[in-house]
Design a protein around this ligand. Structure first.
Ligand SMILES: [Zn+2]
Length: 310
């Protein structure tokens, strides 16, 4: 009897000890895994308040109403309010962007019908992001604003800027004037995410493996006229593809924005996910990991759109 009870005590102590070890191991693993995420407790309680991976969506009734209402002027105001409510992003256009547009060599867009089309495109593409990702950026007091313009008078089709107060802005050209509004949105969005990662984390550490997925001896080239098609996806042989576009060869941050946008836009798994070399796929892995280690809303989000081909 006694022996038995002693044994049982050992046994239960053993269980308690195992549970303790397992819990400690999980805490250590969790801490290691999240080593890049913000450790600021004030920030953590704020992000907890908005709900880490919580997903909100644009009210479908507003979208339906927008389709059926002829007066686009009031509808556009409602759509802008919805974007603000769900993503905490300010969208500006028309008279409000007059001086801003001039400062980046762009023409202001006034046509409410065109603006309506742009807002619907924006809503469609924003739905591919965790709704709290931009709120998370704004919790750190960076402002995120999207400025809709008609067109640029220089070679630009879209632009992302960060001013001296660290306010982030995206400028998008009128959808009717460019080849792909989707590509512009996701390319510039990536720049915004990277601005945040650069200000809040050690970006070089996040991307320390980046150059290992470039051809040996390769160097980025800022002069667009000197860029060629070698190593570019769909131009060069499949086992020699390292870049999704010619423009990717400008700089590492443009390379990342191009890979990210290409994956966001793809209707089906691009062949660089299955080719022998996998350099572009590995670049996308690095990007996805860097974002995951920088944003709670991604780390806790259930399905992250840009990882759907992994
Ligand atoms: Zn860019």
């Amino acid at each position: 009897m006694q022996k038995n009870s002693i044994e049982r005590k050992h046994y239960s102590l053993g269980i308690i000890f195992s549970i303790f070890i397992i819990s400690m191991a999980s805490i250590v693993a969790f801490t290691l895994y999240n080593k890049n995420l913000n450790t600021d407790t004030d920030f953590q309680s704020k992000i907890k308040e908005i709900g880490y991976g919580k997903v909100e969506a644009i009210n479908p009734f507003v979208l339906e109403k927008s389709e059926n209402t002829l007066d686009k002027t009031t509808m556009n105001i409602e759509l802008v309010q919805e974007i603000k409510r769900v993503y905490n992003i300010n969208v500006i256009y028309g008279e409000n962007t007059k001086y801003l547009a001039e400062s980046v060599d762009a023409k202001t867009l006034y046509n409410e019908q065109d603006i309506n089309k742009m807002l619907l495109e924006l809503i469609d593409n924003l739905s591919k992001y965790p709704s709290n990702i931009f709120k998370e950026i704004q919790l750190k007091d960076y402002d995120v604003e999207i400025c809709i313009v008609d067109y640029f008078t220089n070679d630009n089709i879209a632009l992302a800027t960060r001013d001296s107060n660290n306010n982030f802005k995206i400028y998008l050209s009128n959808v009717d004037r460019i080849e792909s509004i989707e590509k512009s949105i996701h390319h510039e969005m990536y720049h915004i995410l990277e601005y945040y990662m650069k200000l809040e984390f050690d970006i070089n550490k996040l991307y320390e493996e980046w150059n290992s997925y470039n051809p040996k001896g390769f160097e980025y080239q800022e002069n667009l006229e000197l860029l060629d098609t070698s190593y570019v996806y769909k131009y060069d042989k499949e086992d020699r593809t390292y870049f999704v576009s010619i423009y990717s060869k400008v700089s590492d941050k443009e390379d990342r924005a191009e890979v990210f946008a290409d994956t966001m836009m793809a209707d089906e798994k691009p062949s660089y996910y299955t080719d022998n070399l996998g350099a572009i796929k590995n670049k996308m892995y690095l990007i996805a990991n860097a974002i995951k280690n920088s944003f709670y809303s991604v780390n806790y989000g259930t399905s992250i759109y840009w990882t759907r081909f992994f």
